[in-house]
Design a protein around this ligand. Structure first.
Ligand code: SF4
Length: 270
């Protein structure tokens, strides 16, 4: 089995959720069909990225209405691209985008010029101690939704979540992002990470300082999965692990004989 040369948090999570899903996605590169309940989230994610991208520092910064127009155009395009029915919450999605980029918020970003990276791809060789106490190395990659500059030459890494709000402390995805950012940008270390929940009635951002042990634990989580993947590459051991939660969010349920699928209400895309 030819395994990917690097691992990401999404890949580690897929591995830990269902090894057959991991194989279809990362080894076989099988045709994926995103479940209908997740397409809404994917479209909203793209619109948020477009809006924040327009706020990256430039000689002439846009006004609030321009930023909203950019994001709303992206929303409309993404709705088409992901084949989301227009009756499936489009008006609500427009309200979410308008709330995310309302005048006071856009002006704050423009004044601070604090949006410094959007959908930033990072790749780094990392080392860490896995659960069995052995030092491992792997190439790890990630795409960061949003990076904001903080006072004191620090940054905040933010991830948009389109599900129910929850605390951000200890989140392994955020910890891994912090580790990768610090490796790539030691001159601008991560001071804070956050989860934002744009679908909430009010703007809901859960921020937390990064404790040093957190990124290290997150790296270990990914390295452990990488260890197991390398072992599976030898033994070819990638059985399905069906569950309602996993299969309803799986891009390969349409072709998996073990799938257990129920209709999913609109849900998050990480
Ligand atoms: S449908 Fe379920 S069992 Fe099949 S690959 Fe996806 S998560 Fe695994």
């Amino acid at each position: 089995m030819e395994i990917p040369e690097r691992i990401s948090y999404s890949q580690a999570r897929s591995w830990n959720t269902c090894r057959y899903q991991w194989r279809l996605m990362y080894v076989d590169h099988a045709d994926a069909v995103t479940p209908p309940g997740l397409r809404y989230g994917a479209a909203l994610h793209e619109a948020l990225a477009a809006g924040f991208r327009s706020l990256l520092p430039a000689d002439v910064m846009p006004g609030p209405s321009t930023v909203r127009d950019v994001a709303l155009d992206a929303l409309s395009d993404a709705w088409d691209k992901h084949d989301v029915p227009w009756s499936e919450g489009y008006d609500e999605a427009v309200e979410i985008i308008e709330r995310q980029f309302r005048d006071s918020i856009v002006r704050g970003h423009v004044v601070r010029r604090d949006v410094i990276a959007v959908e930033e791809f990072l790749k780094s060789a990392v080392a860490g101690v896995t659960h069995d106490g052995v030092i491992r190395h792997a190439t790890v990659s990630a795409v960061l939704d949003l990076v904001l500059k903080l006072p004191g030459d620090l940054v905040e890494i933010r991830d948009h979540k389109l599900g129910a709000p929850r605390a951000s402390g200890g989140d392994p995805q955020l910890g891994l992002y912090a580790a990768l950012w610090d490796a790539a940008h030691p001159e601008l270390p991560v001071g804070m990470v956050s989860l934002s929940f744009p679908t909430g009635g009010e703007l809901d951002v859960r921020r937390i300082d990064v404790e040093p042990i957190w990124p290290a634990r997150s790296v270990s989580y990914v390295l452990r999965a990488r260890d197991e993947i390398e072992d599976a590459a030898v033994h070819g051991d990638t059985p399905p692990n069906p569950s309602v939660h996993a299969c309803s969010r799986c891009d390969f349920a349409h072709r998996c004989p073990a799938a257990v699928v129920v209709a999913l209400p609109r849900a998050r895309v990480d």
